[in-house]
Unconditional design. Structure first.
Length: 301
């Protein structure tokens, strides 16, 4: 890895740690939204560095849809144990059982949008006034509209046309009672930056991100893992494929890519030449052109 790349990564690291420390300084009850994906794992690593040798001074929040990859949950629990931090779990299944949300039906059913209610309920229950997440501006066009400090109103909703200016890394965390902020410390990172930093810091990830064999189906040109959560359509065939994941979400909606990249170096080489965004295989983003922005306005991460 060249000195230029290392210096670039260290500059991104310093910026992210500065933002994390600003959150700890400006807010009373911050938290880190943890999905078990590479970006939230990276953000957790940065939070650890920001306060070392002390422990991370805020909890991790995971919104459990019940449709997670088993590898994600196992990795989450092991990481929380190693770090000795508090884990708060919001349950989509619990929201369904209480009648707070209605589960979708049919072959293309998803619990993705149902996370919104569980997330907002969890933030309210624990009085979270700043929720940090690992979203990046290069992931999706709606996320490119976010500030580092992204204001949410008393209903947890986001207005992309009414965000505060951020000049010279001056962040305005003032809010009224009941409002909160979503904060994105790695906004300026790219997918390639993330993987190069993972290599530099030797950050451990779930096995999902590396090439492996898995039973899959192909639906609308998206490779989906075969599981008990996935309802097969007529003429869909289950076959064993060599795949890996670039992003990590629910099993029924997260698209994989055919890949033999089983090391970080091979993944970096693969990403450097790809022409498809990492969320290009997410079925939840394909429902409408503005699917992500619509969910974000309602309170989605």
């Amino acid at each position: 890895m060249s000195n230029y790349v290392i210096n670039h990564l260290k500059a991104l690291e310093a910026e992210a740690i500065f933002v994390i420390r600003e959150v700890a300084a400006q807010f009373e009850t911050p938290a880190l939204l943890f999905s078990g994906g590479k970006d939230s794992i990276l953000l957790t690593h940065l939070a650890k560095k920001a306060f070392y040798p002390a422990k991370i001074p805020f909890p991790l929040i995971h919104i459990d849809t019940g449709h997670n990859f088993p590898e994600t949950i196992a990795f989450r629990d092991q990481l929380v144990h190693e770090l000795g931090v508090q884990l708060i779990v919001g349950s989509v299944q619990e929201a369904i059982d209480k009648g707070r949300v209605i589960e979708e039906t049919g072959a293309d059913a998803s619990r993705n949008s149902l996370q919104i209610v569980s997330l907002l309920d969890t933030l309210e229950a624990y009085k979270i006034d700043a929720a940090m997440g690992g979203a990046r501006r290069d992931e999706e066009k709606a996320r490119a509209k976010e500030r580092f400090f992204s204001h949410r109103d008393e209903f947890g909703q986001w207005d992309p046309k009414n965000q505060r200016p951020e000049l010279w890394n001056l962040f305005n965390g003032r809010k009224n009672y009941g409002e909160h902020f979503r904060v994105f410390p790695i906004s300026n990172w790219t997918e390639l930056d993330v993987w190069e930093y993972i290599k530099l810091e030797n950050i451990q990830l779930p096995s999902l991100y590396f090439s492996h064999q898995r039973d899959c189906i192909i639906r609308d040109n998206v490779i989906l893992a075969h599981s008990t959560f996935l309802k097969l359509k007529a003429n869909e065939e289950v076959k064993n494929m060599t795949i890996r994941y670039r992003t990590c979400g629910d099993m029924p909606i997260t698209g994989a890519v055919e890949s033999k990249a089983d090391t970080v170096d091979k993944i970096i080489e693969e990403i450097a030449t790809t022409r498809t965004t990492e969320r290009g295989g997410r079925a939840d983003d394909k429902r409408a052109e503005t699917a992500m922005e619509d969910r974000k306005k309602q309170g989605y991460f």
